[in-house]
Design a binder for this molecule. Structure first.
Ligand code: DSN
Length: 414
């Protein structure tokens, strides 16, 4: 019996026919769709099994007894197994990134990780410099409709006319905004981010008399590439590093925070009791399994295939005459910009049209976007999920050609 069949049988035995039906339909959708959302992936049955374990029942506010930050001790009895699990999980994540940074595995999500990271070193109203959402940043990096933009004074750098991060603009903003924290990381950026260069700009600013800002990296999208050594690592450069565990790391939905050892106490306190109560120990179990998997050569090989597949699909779009932002990709995603080649086509229309054909992706703003984010002039395409399903470079080229044919048909029908 497969894991999904066991889940289905348990739900039916409990009389939860409707919920079982929703889950069966989602399984069928995931099995039949071509999944190109760059932030999604398919975790293993082992990850999903751990997430469904008896740890789901355990309250464990606090931290394991052996905690290097000094924030130790739980507020409930019966935590000896949770302690052992959480200590194991922390050790394994340090191994994934070959780092001696402190790690907190309790954040429920990327948003929770970022909130705690901000609270660990910032006060409300402090100035932060980050990449704008319109240019490929994250919602929790200062959007005015998000807690981040409401709590802190965000200023933004972005991309230049070629679609690449403008490190020059970032440098100028350091001097004009005098931020307390510089944040790097993106959700829709296809090129390697030069963390060392940002660190050097901060060093030069501090040497010129500026108060040294904290350097934080949200590596949620590219964490798997960092783990596999195919993207520049922020470890050793950034003070605080956050990530989700469900994108290229291919685990359960969740968050992690890494920090330099001297920030360990502040970060732990900002997670609990600062911004969260009881951790999700069943999800920590699933994160531990994810870390087990991500330490392997098999996983590193998977990531290398993700990068090769993404390049192959991206090159096929370029060969067919599409504009790809920055003219290519270094990672697991790329952006197709329709504004010159198909001026009447919106990202939203392409997303909806492809949805009906069983191809799942998301609309995305492009540099110098003229439309609202709800319409957008481009789409974001990621290859991590379908590489997990076994697609190779030729499969991805074939999907690119199918998308092109569907777009041609759609445009002809307008
Ligand atoms: N919402 C996630 C994404 O799709 O990239 C993280 O920002």
């Amino acid at each position: 019996m497969t894991l999904q069949e066991m889940i289905n049988a348990s739900l039916l035995a409990g009389g939860h026919d409707e919920v079982a039906g929703f889950i069966r339909q989602e399984t069928q959708r995931q099995n039949s769709a071509i999944e190109l959302i760059a932030s999604e992936n398919f975790p293993s049955d082992a990850v999903k099994a751990a997430a469904a374990s008896d740890f789901v029942a355990k309250y464990t506010e606090g931290y394991p007894q052996q905690r290097e930050s000094g924030n130790r001790g739980r507020y409930y009895g019966g935590c000896e197994n949770a302690d052992a699990l959480e200590e194991y999980c922390c050790r394994k994540w340090k191994q994934v990134f070959s780092t001696d940074y402190h790690v907190n595995v309790q954040p429920h999500s990327g948003s929770s990780a970022n909130l705690a990271a901000f609270l660990s070193v910032l006060k409300p109203g402090d100035t932060v410099l980050s990449m704008s959402l319109e240019n490929g940043g994250h919602l929790t990096h200062g959007s005015p409709v998000n807690f981040s933009g409401r709590l802190f004074d965000f200023h933004f750098y972005g991309v230049d006319d070629t679609g690449r991060i403008s490190y020059e603009a970032l440098d100028e903003l350091l001097y004009s905004c005098k931020p307390k924290l510089v944040l790097a990381g993106a959700s829709a950026y296809s090129r390697e981010i030069d963390f060392r260069r940002i660190g050097e700009l901060i060093d030069r600013y501090a040497a010129a008399g500026g108060e040294r800002p904290w350097f934080m990296v949200d590596m949620a999208h590219i964490a798997g590439l960092v783990a596999a050594g195919v993207h520049q690592s922020p470890f050793g450069v950034a003070d605080i590093i956050t990530t989700t565990t469900h994108k290229t790391l291919r685990g359960t939905r969740g968050g992690l925070i890494f920090c330099k050892p001297e920030l360990a106490r502040k970060v732990d306190s900002a997670v609990f009791p600062g911004s969260q109560g009881g951790p999700l120990q069943h999800i920590i179990a699933a994160k531990a399994v994810t870390a087990d998997e991500d330490c392997t050569e098999q996983y590193r090989d998977y990531i290398r295939r993700v990068v090769a597949n993404t390049k192959a699909m991206c090159d096929e779009f370029i060969r067919m005459g599409y504009d790809v932002v920055t003219g290519g990709t270094d990672n697991h995603l790329f952006l197709v910009d329709f504004s010159r080649t198909h001026p009447d086509l919106t990202g939203k229309a392409v997303q909806n049209m492809l949805d009906e054909e069983g191809i799942t992706l998301n609309k995305n703003c492009v540099p110098n976007e003229k439309r609202s984010p709800v319409e957008a002039s481009g789409v974001r395409i990621g290859c991590a999920a379908m590489t997990t399903k076994g697609y190779d470079e030729e499969d991805f080229r074939a999907v690119a050609r199918r998308i092109d044919s569907l777009i041609r048909g759609y445009c002809a029908s307008l």
